[in-house]
Ligand binder design. Structure first.
Ligand code: ADP
Ligand code: MG
Length: 475
């Protein structure tokens, strides 16, 4: 069988597909076309310059491993950047740009796009072609200050939010970073600030967006080669609210673009409001320069509400829903569900539902049943820390040992298992997993996942480890 560009590339793709997320594979590898193979050098065509930069930044290691496997140590990768131009001219405009020396795989022939002017500002929220100058704020009017009840656990964050809402961009709370655990009201408070600003300053452009959606829009803009439009769009916002910025962990491209947007807004006196599930000091894999920006303003924590606050949140909810419930039952629920307001609301909603579906009176017994089921069924969030704890407990070692540099076989295996489960059970990137489990790099994590896969098919004892740990980690 003869070796062709296509056959080499197909083998590379097979390897890559096994080692990255399906969505990433689809986005970044499916559009690539293998063009030619000369000696040990494979040329691939990518849709745009940003596509090429993205591959270089995020996938160069895996590309190198894959290609070396196929063509040996002297393998080279050549990117050809393909851009459709609008003049029907099939001849691409070609220019050489210096090869990046960050990587051992060298990029050489880089055809850069002839026509990369962006004639109009594109709004990533709008389907192309449909003109719409007004930017929808994406705010949920049900999340207001009025129904964000005050307690010791949220007083600082709530009053900082109110201050920002009355003078957006005009206080020292810029950015305002609201942080705290799951279900403690970060999203609610962030919306409330936006809603209040819209109310007081109808002419200001407010935009709420989750960091996840922001990332997706950014990736799309790179794919469509309109990254500049994306940046410009965000630079005209007066109040930018980004929810769950911890999602940007390990996403250097998105962090980079956000850094530029942030600087622009901040310099122009625009308000930035961020939420995160961690304090800035605990954020992993967020670039230092971005972290230092987060600390410019105020970081305010939302803590778990105390009993009185939980009772008033429940009463308020019942009042708004027009439901009456005996005091005793409200207190029972508030006493038993402590850590999370979302769960608190969930329990009271299922209690109401249970009683109305089954035409039962709401009694303390019914409340007990519901709360019990509720507490049992609530999904725990698995964190990488938790995985490391479970794995090291299982092997009766402490976490420091698990993370240590030793090559002792059982410790290496424990570490590899922790990495494997972190990949399987969290959304963290390989790089982020590596840095949290003993400061290893992304290739080590990749290798660990492969090893665990292999060993669990060939080694019975090892398979038992995987099964036991799967059970322990089941959420
Ligand atoms: P997070 O974004 O921190 O995970 P959310 O903002 O989604 O949490 O809050 C979870 C639920 O708890 C929402 O329904 C929200 O309205 C409610 N909630 C949180 N804090 C309060 C509060 N102080 N008063 C009333 N409801 C609250
Ligand atoms: Mg939230």
């Amino acid at each position: 069988m003869s070796v062709t560009a296509q056959s080499v590339w197909n083998n590379c793709l097979e390897f890559i597909k096994d080692n990255i997320q399906p969505q990433a594979y689809k986005t970044w590898f499916e559009p690539i076309i293998a063009v030619k193979l000369t000696d040990k050098s494979l040329s691939i065509q990518v849709p745009s310059k940003f596509f090429y930069e993205w591959l270089e930044e995020h996938y160069v290691k895996i590309l190198k491993v894959a290609l070396t496997k196929e063509l040996g140590e002297t393998a080279k990768l050549v990117y050809i950047i393909k851009m459709e131009n609008t003049y029907g001219n099939k001849q691409p405009f070609t220019e050489k740009i210096p090869s990046s020396n960050r990587s051992a795989v060298k990029s050489q022939d880089v055809d850069i796009p002839l026509n990369n002017k962006s004639p109009e500002l594109r709004n990533p929220f709008i389907i192309p072609g449909i003109r719409n100058v007004k930017i929808e704020s994406q705010l949920n009017p049900n999340y207001s200050f009025e129904n964000f009840l005050e307690g010791d656990s949220n007083r600082l964050a709530r009053s900082a939010g109110l201050a920002v809402a009355s003078k957006p961009g005009g206080t020292s709370f810029n950015p305002l970073l609201i942080f705290g655990g799951v279900g403690l009201g970060k999203t609610h408070l962030a919306h409330a600030i936006g809603v209040d600003i819209k109310d007081k300053y109808p002419e200001k452009t407010v935009l709420y967006i989750s960091a996840e959606k922001f990332t997706q829009q950014y990736i799309d803009s790179v794919k469509k080669n309109n990254r500049n439009d994306f940046i410009h769009f965000y630079q005209i916002i007066d109040i930018l609210i980004i929810d769950d910025v911890q999602f940007l962990s390990g996403k250097t491209g998105t962090q980079d673009v956000f850094f530029h947007i942030f600087n622009h807004l901040h310099q122009n006196g625009k308000q930035v409001i961020l939420t995160s599930d961690k304090a800035p000091v605990d954020m992993q894999d967020i670039e230092q320069r971005l972290l230092s920006r987060f600390k410019w303003g105020l970081s305010a924590e939302l803590q778990s509400p105390d009993f009185e606050t939980r009772v008033s949140i429940l009463k308020n909810k019942l009042y708004r829903d027009g439901v009456e419930m005996p005091e005793e039952i409200i207190e029972y629920v508030a006493k038993n569900i402590k850590s999370n307001i979302r769960e608190l609301e969930g329990a009271i909603i299922s209690l109401i539902a249970q009683s109305s579906f089954n035409k039962k009176e709401i009694t303390i017994d019914l409340a007990k049943q519901v709360v019990e089921k509720f507490v049992k069924n609530t999904k725990r969030e698995v964190s990488i820390d938790y995985i490391q704890k479970v794995v090291s407990d299982y092997f009766q070692m402490d976490i420091d040992t698990l993370q240590s540099k030793t090559r002792k076989r059982h410790i290496v295996q424990a570490r590899q298992l922790a990495m494997f489960f972190a990949k399987k059970l969290t959304k963290a990137s390989l790089a982020s997993i590596g840095s949290q489990i003993g400061k290893r790099d992304h290739a080590t994590v990749l290798h660990a996942c492969k090893t665990v896969d292999n060993l669990s098919t060939t080694d019975k004892q090892f398979r038992k480890y995987v099964e036991d740990l799967s059970k322990k980690l089941a959420v």
